[in-house]
Design a binder for this molecule. Structure first.
Ligand SMILES: *Cc1c(COP(=O)(O)O)cnc(C)c1O
Length: 434
């Protein structure tokens, strides 16, 4: 599941002590395990081997170009949601012809760029978008490959902010309207109806909602396939990962029992879904983000202060919600462990950042070992929607990032220099510098 574990009381990423990395590169620091990324990709790939399939990694979860390069080398395509992301794919050595372009707000410029780069398909989220893609493709004298994103109206049973497949959401086209939309799309001359797509939500912890959605889609997909000679069916991403209890204790090498701490294993996912998909005779795409990157990264931070109030024990660290927004944004749980294993009693603790917001916290009233100034702790499972959602709120620089590969490590994002935070700002013409 991941390659972070204690070795002789010290947290290691693969063959390297995390403390040695933070001493070298400073704090806060994201640390990614290449072996974990690779294993997640390969295990999914292997589980789907019975199908003609491709994996389009949802790069919005972690778009560091070194992370992406690791996956591109393994043959991964990418699920992109902006021109910036597609440019990153190319910068990372990926292949636009393996990419799908999602999102409800694609601009004309983005469509033009993606067509020029030879995108595999646009996942279209509305009728006006179909018309826009048709128009832009016409100007470029190209045929734009498209798939309609179907909203199957299946409840994914996950956090409201990451549910996408019900009619409460802005995403996709309602199941009942899909046939009519394809019929209209078929009349637009510059479109190539290449497939159909769905994505029901994120952090799904059971295979059942996926199965419900695929079953609901089966007959429709078969019908559309025979009508329009489809090539693919994308079933989206959303595979959930373990957040609570993410650290495997004991020395057993994780890759011997990778499923031990997974809630949704590639094999259970495949066992249920492959039989439903096999008969369709289509290439199956999946768009996992979190499953690949989530447990492959941690955020390391230094304890700056311990502050005891009448009610609380606050541990104030040098990372904040600008580095890892998930607790503030989704009430997300991240396991917190010290880099040096501690013995002794635990203490009910709030770990908080220095930002001037009450929501700037990483945990509340959690039993943690007694921590003191200068201790380093790691927030686990921070590889997805961590650094990627980073901001410079409070004029804090974006954290540094390190990729580990066995005994090797490399800085893959330099800590942002403070001056660059306001580089694109200027005084108004009527103002004078002091
Ligand atoms: C976010 C997203 C994904 C990836 O979701 P994960 O939960 O990270 O797997 C896949 N497809 C689409 C369309 C998305 O918006």
């Amino acid at each position: 599941m991941h390659d972070f574990r204690y070795v002789a009381g010290q947290l290691f990423c693969e063959e390297i002590s995390v403390e040695s990395l933070v001493k070298k590169h400073g704090s806060p620091l994201y640390v990614y395990s290449q072996r974990t990324l690779t294993s997640h990709y390969q295990r999914l790939d292997a589980a789907l081997s019975e199908l003609d399939h491709s994996i389009c990694y949802a790069m919005k979860s972690n778009s560091n170009i070194a992370v992406m390069h690791t996956l591109a080398k393994l043959g991964s395509g990418f699920d992109v949601v902006s021109e910036g992301e597609l440019r990153r794919v190319i910068a990372a050595g990926g292949d636009a012809s393996k990419c799908v372009f999602a999102g409800v707000g694609k601009t004309e410029q983005e469509i033009r760029y993606a067509l020029d780069q030879g995108i595999y398909a646009f996942n279209v989220e509305s009728e006006p978008e179909l018309e826009r893609i048709n128009r832009v493709a016409g100007k470029l004298k190209k045929k734009a490959p498209i798939a309609v994103r179907v909203n199957p109206n299946v409840d994914a049973n996950t956090h409201a902010k990451i549910t996408t497949g019900t009619y409460e959401n802005k995403f996709g086209i309602a199941f009942e309207e899909v046939e009519a939309v394809y019929a209209r799309a078929a009349k637009l001359k510059n479109l190539h109806l290449r497939g159909v797509q769905m994505h029901i939500g994120s952090q799904l912890t059971e295979v059942a909602p996926f199965a419900t959605a695929v079953r609901k889609m089966q007959a429709l997909v078969e019908k559309l396939k025979s009508k329009y000679a489809f090539e693919f069916f994308s079933i989206g991403g959303g595979l959930g990962i373990v957040y609570e209890g993410a650290l495997v204790s004991g020395a057993a090498a994780w890759w011997k029992r990778p499923e031990a701490r997974e809630i949704l294993t590639p094999s259970s996912y495949a066992q249920t879904l492959v039989p439903l998909l096999k008969g369709l005779g289509l290439r199956v795409l999946i768009e996992p983000g979190r499953f690949i990157s989530g447990n492959a990264g941690i955020l390391v931070t230094r304890v700056e202060y311990v502050k005891r109030t009448g009610k609380k024990n606050f541990v104030i660290v040098d990372a904040a919600m600008n580095d890892l927004l998930r607790p503030a944004f989704y009430d997300a749980y991240h396991e917190i462990v010290p880099l040096r294993k501690k013995r002794g009693a635990t203490l009910s603790t709030d770990v908080v950042g220095p930002i001037c917001e009450s929501s700037d916290y990483f945990c509340k009233d959690r039993p943690l070992p007694k921590l003191g100034e200068g201790d380093y702790i790691a927030l686990l499972s921070a590889g997805a929607y961590g650094s990627a959602m980073g901001s410079t709120y409070n004029s804090r620089s974006l954290a540094a990032e390190v990729l580990v590969n066995g005994k090797k490590s490399a800085l893959v994002r330099t800590r942002q220099e403070l001056e660059t935070i306001w580089r694109y700002e200027s005084l108004a013409t009527w103002q004078q510098p002091r």
